[in-house]
Design a protein around this ligand. Structure first.
Ligand code: GLY
Length: 283
C-alpha cells in the first residue's frame, strides 16, 4: 500500500487565547475524520471533503457556520476541492445559503461541466443537485454578529480552513473553504476558491491549501508556486517555507499553507503569529 498523509489547517492569523484550545481540538477532530477514511482505503477527495465539512460545522472557524460577516452583515462563502489525478476542480463563490460549501464544490467537481459557479447560479445548482439551501441566519453566530455590529475587525483575523491528502491509490487532493475577510465588500471573492491561489492539487507534484490575506496570496498564485517548487525537486517543507518567503517579499500580506507531495512528505509554514494545523502520515 502507498503511504497515506493528511494535513488540516484551521487558518492563519492571530488566534485569540480563549479559542486556541477549541481551534486545536477542531483541527484534531477533522484530522481523525479524514484519517479514518484514508485508513479504510477511501479516496483523498472523500477525506478532504469530510474533514472540511467538520470544520465548516465548527463555529470556531471562518467557514460555514461562524464565517466572518461582510459589510452587509451576511456570510458569503467560498470553497474549492481539487482532484490531483484529473486536475479537475470544483469551486463555488459568494454563496449565502449553503451550509457546507465544500460539499457543493465537490458536486461541481463531479459534474465536471464547469469548474466555478458563483452567487445565485451556484445556489441554483445546489437546488438542482438536491442538496438544498439553508436559512442564511444558520451561518451567523452570536459572536460574529456582535463583532459585525462593533466593526471589530482586529479581533479574529484568519480562520479559513483546508485539507490536503494522499490516499492509498497514490492520488492527491486539496480543499479550502472560507467566509473570507471580515467586513469585506459584498461580492468580494478571495484566493480560497481560485485554482492555484488558495488551492492546488496535481498527482505529479503536490496538494496545497493556503490561508491568509487573499488579495496578497492571489498576487503570487501561492498554491501553484508551492506545487511547482515541489515539482522542481524541493521537499514539501522547503517549498512551503519558500512560498511564505515569496509572499512576504512580494506583497504586504501574510498567510500560510499546508503541502503534501506524492510521496507523502509534508510541509506547513506561515508568516502570521499563529496557524492552527494538524498532520498524520504513515511515513
Ligand atoms: N484567504 C481567505 C480570503 O482572503 O478570503
Amino acid at each position: 500500500m502507498n503511504c497515506l498523509a493528511l494535513i488540516i489547517h484551521g487558518g492563519a492569523g492571530t488566534i485569540r487565547p480563549e479559542i486556541a484550545g477549541a481551534a486545536r481540538a477542531g483541527v484534531e477532530r477533522a484530522l481523525s475524520t479524514g484519517w479514518a477514511i484514508l485508513e479504510a482505503g477511501g479516496p483523498a477527495t472523500d477525506a478532504c471533503e469530510e474533514a472540511i465539512i467538520q470544520l465548516e460545522e465548527d463555529p470556531v472557524f471562518d467557514a460555514g457556520v461562524g464565517a466572518h460577516l461582510n459589510r452587509d452583515g451576511k456570510a458569503q462563502l467560498d470553497a474549492i476541492l481539487m482532484d490531483g489525478r484529473s486536475l479537475q476542480s470544483g469551486a463555488i463563490g459568494a454563496v449565502e445559503r449553503i451550509r457546507n460549501p465544500i460539499h457543493l464544490a465537490r458536486l461541481v467537481l463531479e459534474k465536471g461541466e464547469h469548474s466555478f459557479l458563483v452567487g445565485a447560479g451556484a445556489e441554483q445548482f445546489a437546488v438542482e443537485t438536491g442538496i438544498g439551501l439553508c436559512d442564511p441566519t444558520e451561518l451567523i453566530t452570536p459572536y460574529e454578529q456582535e463583532r459585525w455590529a462593533a466593526r471589530a475587525a482586529e479581533l479574529t483575523p484568519g480562520g479559513t480552513v483546508g485539507a490536503v491528502a494522499l490516499d492509498a491509490a497514490g492520488n492527491l487532493c486539496a480543499g479550502t473553504s472560507t467566509g473570507g475577510t471580515f467586513f469585506k465588500h459584498p461580492g468580494r471573492v478571495g484566493d480560497s476558491p481560485l485554482v492555484g491561489c488558495g488551492c492546488y492539487a496535481d498527482n505529479e507534484s503536490a496538494a496545497v491549501s493556503c490561508t491568509g490575506h487573499g488579495e496578497s496570496i492571489m498576487k503570487i498564485v501561492m498554491a501553484k508556486a508551492a506545487a511547482d517548487l515541489v515539482a522542481s525537486g524541493q521537499h514539501a517543507q522547503a517549498a512551503a517555507d519558500a512560498a511564505v518567503r515569496l509572499l512576504s517579499r512580494r506583497t504586504t500580506g501574510s498567510g500560510g499553507l499546508i503541502v503534501v507531495d506524492r510521496s507523502g512528505r509534508v510541509g506547513a509554514s506561515f508568516s502570521t503569529p499563529h496557524m492552527t494545523w494538524a498532520v498524520k502520515t504513515t511515513i
